[in-house]
Each structure stands twice: as C-alpha cells, then as structure tokens.
Design a protein around this ligand. Structure first.
Ligand SMILES: *[C@@H]1O[C@H](CO)[C@@H](O)[C@H](O)[C@H]1NC(C)=O
Ligand SMILES: *[C@@H]1O[C@H](CO)[C@@H](O)[C@H](O)[C@H]1NC(C)=O
Ligand SMILES: *[C@@H]1O[C@H](CO)[C@@H](O)[C@H](O)[C@H]1NC(C)=O
Length: 297
C-alpha cells in the first residue's frame, strides 16, 4: 500500500517518546509510537526503520506483522492487541550497543500519513574486570583469581564464561568452562581436573572468580577469563605468581611447634586442676565427716 505523500496529504498526528531512551545492555526497550484515534486495520501500514541506515526493523501490512532483517529477527515486535487501539509501539529485546540510534515510525492509511522518531541513546557495554595486580601463591596453596562483570548485564544473559591458561608457547589450555548456567569440570584440561572451580554463590552477581586449589609450580602464568553474552564478549587477565615451597615447610614446622606447646599447656593445666581438686577434697572431707558425727551426737 503506497500513500502518495505530497503537500495535500493530510497529516496524521503520530506521537512518540518524550525524550531519548536509555537502555542497559541485554534489556528490552519500548519505543512508543501511537495515534489518538484508532485507524481501521485494513487500511493501516506501519513501518519502523532505523533513520540512519534505513534498515527495516518491523512492518505492519495487510493486518500482519513482518520483519525480515536478520539484525532484528525475533527481537522486534508490535503489541498485536494494541494495534487496533492506535498503539504501534515497538518492543525491542536483547538490546546491543549496535542498536543505539534513531528509529522512525511511519504510519500510513489510505488517506493520511504521519511519523515520529525515537532515539535509543545509550547502551551499556560489557565490561569485565579482574584484580589490578598479580596474585602470589605458594606451592600447595589455594588461590582466587578475580573476574567480575561490571556492566548491569542480567546473569541469565551470560551464555559462556571460559577460564584459559595462556602458556609460554601462547597456546591456551582450558582451566574451567561455565556454559548454560553450569560449570563443566570434565572439559577442563587434565592438569586442572578437580582443582578449578567458581564460587556458586557469587555467579548471580556476575562474579566468575576462579578458585584454583593445590597450586603447582607450573601453574604460574596468565589466566584469561572470557565472558560471552549472545552478542558480546569481553575478557580480563589474571597473573599468577608461584613462590617456592620453602616457607611452606617452615610454616608447617611452626604450626607443629605451636600445636605441641598448646598440648603441653593443656596437659599441665589439666593436671593442676585435678591436683587442686584432690587437695580440696582432702581438706574438706574430714570437716564434713566431723559435722556428720556432730549431727549424729
Ligand atoms: C502501548 O502498549 C504497550 C503494551 O501494552 C503499553 O506499555 C504502552 O503504554 C501502550 N502505549 C500507549 C500510548 O497506550
Ligand atoms: C568474587 O567472589 C570472591 C569469592 O567469594 C571474592 O573474594 C571476590 O571479592 C568477589 N569479587 C567481587 C568483585 O565481588
Ligand atoms: C581480550 O580483550 C581484548 C580487548 O579488550 C582483545 O583485544 C583480545 O583479543 C581479547 N582476548 C581474547 C583471548 O579474546
């Protein structure tokens, strides 16, 4: 249906948003577009396009919703029930930074035409951060390597998180895989089997920090945490330094000495207490006996 637009085409008064729209990455956004008086469906044609690229986002034609552009497929919808009430608002889901821009809603009837625009001003990017400094650990220690999503991306949008160890040969070894809301420890490289895990209680906060247990000398190096959503990916690198075992042994000896001293002290105290009690019984027993005797008399 083509409406000839010229000076004589009566203007249809189409209303849009009152200001620019702010959206968080991965969220949905409603781009308002409506007319005060409903239009008969059979003569209605509504077209949503990006103003910059003229990409067709969504079309309502012959009483049906249509949208073929792969960029917006399954992400852009009308509120079907609302169309007959003159509400042609666009509902866009899974918003990405590429969606920022101006959108034009054009409404045609057999005799009238009008349009409005909506601006998606800002879409937050995916930001992943870790610890600013290298992490040191001793052989045999457990260590935490930081990886947090700073953007306000809902956790269910995290499709995949991988922790990879970058080797001297620049080859990557999979330390841990998180996908479909689960960690998959079996897919870890054998060197990390049973030694790598996330903090389950932290995942919903976007905290994918890695717990590496029983650190070995060969664990030293760079660990890359890569976070993927359906459209974006970002990473952070944590450096692990592994120090010798020497002090670990000393620490063991210190702990042993401390335990031994504590044991001796406890034994000593215990003996003293028992001695003390015996002494008290010896002291008071005769008196009690005497009192008893006195009572009998
Ligand atoms: C259009 O419909 C949507 C979904 O029901 C609603 O949120 C929005 O407020 C409606 N707009 C107008 C102008 O009625
Ligand atoms: C992530 O969780 C770990 C373990 O509980 C914690 O040490 C770390 O501080 C958390 N990071 C952030 C950014 O909250
Ligand atoms: C990590 O992100 C940087 C940009 O911040 C990118 O250049 C690099 O290729 C990414 N690394 C991997 C392993 O994807």
């Amino acid at each position: 249906k083509i409406t000839l637009i010229n000076a004589s085409t009566p203007r249809l008064h189409v209303k849009g948003p009152s200001g620019p729209l702010q959206v968080q990455l991965g969220d949905s956004v409603l781009l308002p577009c409506f007319v005060r008086t409903p239009v008969p469906l059979e003569e209605l044609e509504v077209e949503w396009r990006r103003s910059d690229s003229e990409t067709l986002v969504l079309l309502f034609q012959h009483g049906e919703e249509r949208g073929e552009e792969p960029e917006f497929r399954n992400r852009a919808h009308f509120f079907t029930e609302e169309i007959s009430r003159g509400n042609f608002s666009l509902f866009l889901t899974d918003v990405t930074p590429a969606d920022a821009g101006t959108y034009r809603c054009s409404v045609h009837t057999d005799t009238e035409y009008g349009n409005t625009t909506a601006l998606i001003q800002h879409v937050e990017r995916l930001v992943v951060s870790g610890a600013p400094e290298a992490v040191s650990a001793r052989v045999g220690d457990d260590v935490t390597l930081g990886c947090s999503v700073d953007s306000h991306v809902p956790p269910e949008k995290m499709e995949k998180v991988t922790w990879n160890k970058r080797d001297a040969s620049r080859e990557s070894v999979l330390v841990l895989l998180f996908e479909d809301n689960n960690t998959w420890p079996d897919s870890s490289h054998e060197r990390y089997q049973g030694r790598a895990e996330l903090f389950p209680a932290e995942i919903h906060k976007g905290n994918f920090s890695l717990r590496l247990k029983d650190v070995r000398t060969e664990d030293k190096g760079d660990y890359v945490c890569q976070v993927h959503t359906s459209y974006l990916s970002a990473n952070t690198t944590a450096e692990l330094q592994v120090l010798g075992k020497l002090w670990k042994h000393h620490a063991h000896i210190l702990v042993l000495i401390f335990c031994f001293t504590a044991l001796v002290l406890v034994l000593l105290l215990w003996t003293l207490m028992i001695r003390g009690r015996l002494f008290e019984i010896k002291r008071f027993w005769p008196i009690q006996l005497n009192t008893l005797k006195l009572h009998k008399n």
